[in-house]
Design a protein around this ligand. Structure first.
Ligand code: MN
Length: 244
């Protein structure tokens, strides 16, 4: 099995090494990742200038750093390495739960895989106040990959690990409660105005959702699809305003 590994934290993130080390137990691994951090880049692509990459071995892994976005890395990686089976993205330092999926570059890399006809799995871990210990995550990550990789029907899965040692795995839905995407004004040391775009969940998570699962100490696995059509609204609109 050929496993292409990307992320949005950049090629020098400890999360990508931890992922590559576990993924190598399941197949051939190649890392193609942004040369700098691209967190919250979403599914942006670089279309107005050419892309380039440099060989950038990490430990014993074949790795390349790209001057582009997470989605660029997957497109380029899949172009240069034939017959990729699954794209693994992460492990992101920080959760990608609920509405934050819209901003996530980690998830975008997995989505780009699906757009290319491949499978994608996004992996993120909640970051504790002290230093993150990947040895706590790795056994769970191995369990997740052993479960998900043979499941060819699961084309896109968003996986989130809780802080510390997980209690187990859970299948979840995306939490879609409103969130607080606020702009907070501040001032830099030179007295100039600046603004922080902060995203904080407003309400408690509903049972069975990704956020709930991670808050309870479980690994959350949410199968996703790229078809965003609201079937109910489409049907309602067609009945109310028939256009034939
Ligand atoms: Mn990130």
């Amino acid at each position: 099995m050929r496993l292409l590994i990307a992320n949005d934290d950049g090629i020098y993130s400890p999360g990508i090494v931890a992922l590559a080390e576990v993924a190598a137990k399941f197949g051939d691994v190649r890392i193609v990742a942004p040369d700098v951090e691209r967190s919250s880049a979403g599914h942006s692509i670089t279309a107005s200038r050419p892309l380039s990459y440099k060989r950038s071995p990490i430990k014993d892994f074949e790795a390349y750093r790209v001057d582009g976005t997470p989605a660029d890395c997957v497109a380029l990686g899949a172009h240069n390495w034939e017959k990729v089976d699954v794209v693994l993205s992460g492990i992101n330092l920080g959760s990608n739960l609920g509405n934050s999926m819209w901003h996530s570059g980690t998830l975008a890399a997995a989505k780009q895989a699906v757009l290319l006809g491949l499978r994608g799995i996004a992996l993120s871990v909640a970051t504790p106040r002290d230093e993150l210990n990947f040895d706590l995550v790795k056994p769970s990550l191995e369990e997740v990959l052993a479960l998900l990789l043979p499941e060819r029907e699961l084309t896109l899965v968003n996986v989130n690990f809780p802080e510390g040692k997980p209690k187990g795995l859970r299948w979840t839905r995306q939490s879609v409660r409103h969130y607080n995407g606020r702009v907070v004004p501040g001032q830099d040391p030179m007295g100039r105005k600046h603004f922080w775009f902060t995203v904080i969940p407003m309400e408690q998570a509903e049972e069975g959702t990704d956020r709930w699962s991670v808050e309870q100490g479980y690994v959350s696995m949410t199968p996703l699809r790229l078809d965003l059509t609201n079937e109910n609204e489409l049907e309602r609109a067609q009945l109310k305003h028939p256009l034939l």
